[in-house]
Ligand binder design. Structure first.
Ligand SMILES: *[C@@H]1O[C@H](CO)[C@@H](O)[C@H](O)[C@H]1NC(C)=O
Length: 478
C-alpha cells in the first residue's frame, strides 16, 4: 500500500528524500474509525485526589488537549496501589494512607465515596481500577456499585492491576499463581461483580503488563460466552527499563513499530470477541527510566507510538502519571512541565477531528509520513524525522507529498515540534516548542506567539518540507 513514487538516496550525505502520493481517500491500510480523543492519562490510584486538588497543571494540561480535540481526554485511575486499596464507605476523606517518605507509594490505603465522586466529576470518560489481589470480593462489589451510581462518565472497571505480577503469597492466589488460575479468577470475578451490580460490557479485562505467559489472547480464549461482562481487553507497556534505557531506540520510528508488534495478537484476540483493545497504562521506561523519560525524545516517542497504536486498532492510550514529585516520565508536576507532554499535545493536534489515520511509509526507516482524514478527505500530514540528534550540525530529511490536486498553486502552513536536542528537558531550560509556543511551568498554560512554517504546492500538486533530525512537522492539508 506504500506509494513510494520516487526515493533518492544520497549515501553518506545528510539529507535524502522520499516522495509519497497522498491518497485522496483513506487507503485500505488506514486505521479503524478513531475515537474523538484517543490519547489520555492514567493517574496512579493513591495520587489521584492530590493530582485533582493540589496540582494546578492537571486541569489545564487536560483542558489544553480538550481545547484542541473538542473532547476531554480519557482518564484511567489505577495502578499498583489500586491492588493495595480497600473501600471504606464511612470515610469522609477521598483517600487515607501514610508513608514514611513523600516519594513513596503507600503499601496500604483506604478510599471513600468522595474518591469515587471526584472521578465522577471529571468531564471525560473514566476507567476505574479496583482491587482483586486482596481477594475481598464483597468490598470490590461495594466500590463498583458506588462507581456505577456516582459516575455518569464510567467507561469501565478493572478487577486488579497487572495480575501477571501477583505471587503465590497474595491473598487471591491461595498459595500458587499462574496464567490459568488468573484467567479463571478474572472470569469468575467478572461474573460475580457484574451480576452483583447488574451491568454488562463493564470490565476492562486482562490488565497485563506485556504479552508474556499471562496475556489477553489466552484470557479471551477462556472468556467464551461469559464475555458479555467484558468491555475491552487491556495491556500495559513500558518499552524500556531503567538500567538499559536507550533514547535513540525509544524514539525510533522503525523501533516503535517492532516494539509494539507483540500487541497485534492482543488486538486480534479482543476483536475476535468484538471487544475493543486499549493500552490502559503505558509510559517510556520502568524504574525511573535511566534519565531518558523526561526528555524531548520521549515526547517524540509519545507522538509516534500513539499513532502507530491507533493504526493497529487500539481504541485509547493512557499514559501513566505516578507519584507526584517522584515521576520521571510524568507530563507535568507541581513546579515544572515534562517534555513528553509536548508529544501528546502534538499528536492530539494532528488527530483533532480526524476519523482515520494512514501511514504512507512501511515503518522500516527513521522517517514517518502519516495522513489524517476527516469525512473521506485528507486534512493533515504528520511528518516525523526520528534520526537521533544531540549536538553538532542537525541533519534533515526532505518529505515530498504529491497528488495534492485541490491545493495546486496554494501556500499551505505547518507547525513544527522541536527542542534544542532529543535529550532536552524543560526543567533544565531546554524548552520544547509547538509552532513556537511553550507550556508554562506550574500552570500548563500555552504561552508565546504562534510561528507557522509555509510550503508552496506546485502546479503539479507537490510540496516538499524539510524536517530536522528529532523534529516533527504537522502540515495543514484542509
Ligand atoms: C521551566 O523551568 C525551568 C527551570 O527553572 C526553566 O529553565 C525553563 O526555562 C522554564 N520553561 C518555561 C517554558 O518557562
Amino acid at each position: 500500500m506504500t506509494n513510494l513514487k520516487n526515493s533518492l538516496f544520497l549515501l553518506g550525505a545528510t539529507a535524502y528524500s522520499y516522495a509519497y502520493s497522498v491518497p485522496s481517500s483513506p487507503p485500505s491500510n488506514a486505521s479503524p474509525q478513531l475515537e474523538f480523543a484517543p490519547i489520555g492519562v492514567s493517574l496512579e490510584f493513591f495520587a489521584f485526589p492530590e493530582y485533582m486538588y493540589n496540582v494546578p497543571s492537571t486541569k489545564q494540561c487536560l483542558q489544553n488537549l480538550k481545547d484542541v480535540s473538542g473532547t476531554w481526554p480519557p482518564m484511567r485511575v489505577g495502578g499498583t496501589t489500586q491492588d493495595r486499596a480497600t473501600y471504606d464507605a464511612s470515610s469522609t476523606a477521598p483517600v487515607t494512607y501514610s508513608v514514611s517518605d513523600p516519594d513513596d507509594a503507600p503499601d496500604s490505603l483506604n478510599f471513600g465515596p468522595s474518591f469515587i465522586s471526584l472521578a465522577g466529576q471529571y468531564s471525560g470518560r473514566v476507567v476505574l481500577g479496583l482491587n482483586r489481589r486482596l481477594n475481598n470480593q464483597a468490598n470490590t462489589i461495594e466500590a463498583a456499585q458506588t462507581a456505577l451510581s456516582k459516575m455518569n462518565n464510567l467507561d469501565a472497571i478493572e478487577l486488579g492491576n497487572e495480575p501477571n505480577f501477583y505471587t503465590g503469597s497474595d491473598p487471591i492466589a491461595g498459595g500458587s499463581w499462574n496464567a490459568a488460575k488468573d484467567y479463571a479468577s478474572q472470569v469468575s470475578w467478572q461474573n460475580a461483580v457484574g451480576n452483583a451490580i447488574g451491568a454488562t460490557n463493564i470490565f476492562s479485562a486482562g490488565v497485563y503488563f506485556g504479552t508474556g505467559s499471562f496475556n489477553n489472547a489466552g484470557l479471551a480464549n477462556d472468556e467464551g460466552s461469559d464475555s458479555e461482562f467484558v468491555a475491552d481487553f487491556c495491556s500495559h507497556n513500558y518499552p524500556q527499563s531503567g538500567s538499559t534505557a536507550d533514547l535513540a531506540s525509544l524514539m525510533s520510528h522503525s523501533g516503535i513499530s517492532s516494539q509494539i508488534s507483540q500487541f497485534r495478537s492482543q488486538v486480534t484476540a479482543a476483536s475476535s470477541l468484538r471487544k475493543s483493545f486499549i493500552m490502559g497504562e503505558t509510559n517510556s521506561a520502568t524504574q525511573g527510566g535511566g534519565g531518558i523519560s523526561p526528555t524531548f525524545g520521549s515526547a517524540l516517542w509519545v507522538m509516534d507510538y500513539s499513532i502507530q497504536l491507533l493504526l493497529m486498532g487500539t481504541k485509547s492510550i493512557y499514559f501513566h502519571q505516578g507519584t507526584i514529585g517522584n515521576c520521571q516520565y510524568c507530563w507535568w508536576g507541581r513546579y515544572s512541565m515534562g517534555a513528553p507532554y509536548y508529544g501528546a499535545y502534538f499528536a492530539t493536534l494532528a488527530l483533532a477531528s480526524a476519523d482515520h489515520v494512514a501511514m504512507l511509509d512501511d515503518a522500516s526507516s527513521a522517517y514517518a509520513t502519516y495522513i489524517m482524514y476527516k469525512s473521506g478527505q485528507p486534512i493533515r500530514a504528520l511528518l516525523y524525522n526520528s534520526d537521533y540528534y544531540t549536538s553538532g550540525s542537525r541533519s534533515s530529511h526532505d518529505f515530498t507529498l504529491d497528488n495534492l490536486n485541490s491545493l495546486k498553486g496554494k501556500t499551505i502552513s505547518a507547525k513544527l515540534l522541536t527542542a534544542p536536542s532529543a535529550t532536552s528537558r524543560q526543567d533544565q531550560g531546554q524548552n520544547p516548542s509547538v509552532a513556537g509556543q511553550t507550556f508554562q511551568n506550574g500552570t500548563c498554560n500555552l504561552q508565546g506567539s504562534v510561528n507557522l512554517q509555509t510550503g508552496y504546492v506546485s502546479s503539479d500538486g507537490s510540496v516538499t518540507f524539510s524536517v530536522g533530525a528529532s523534529q516533527a512537522l504537522l502540515v495543514d492539508l484542509s
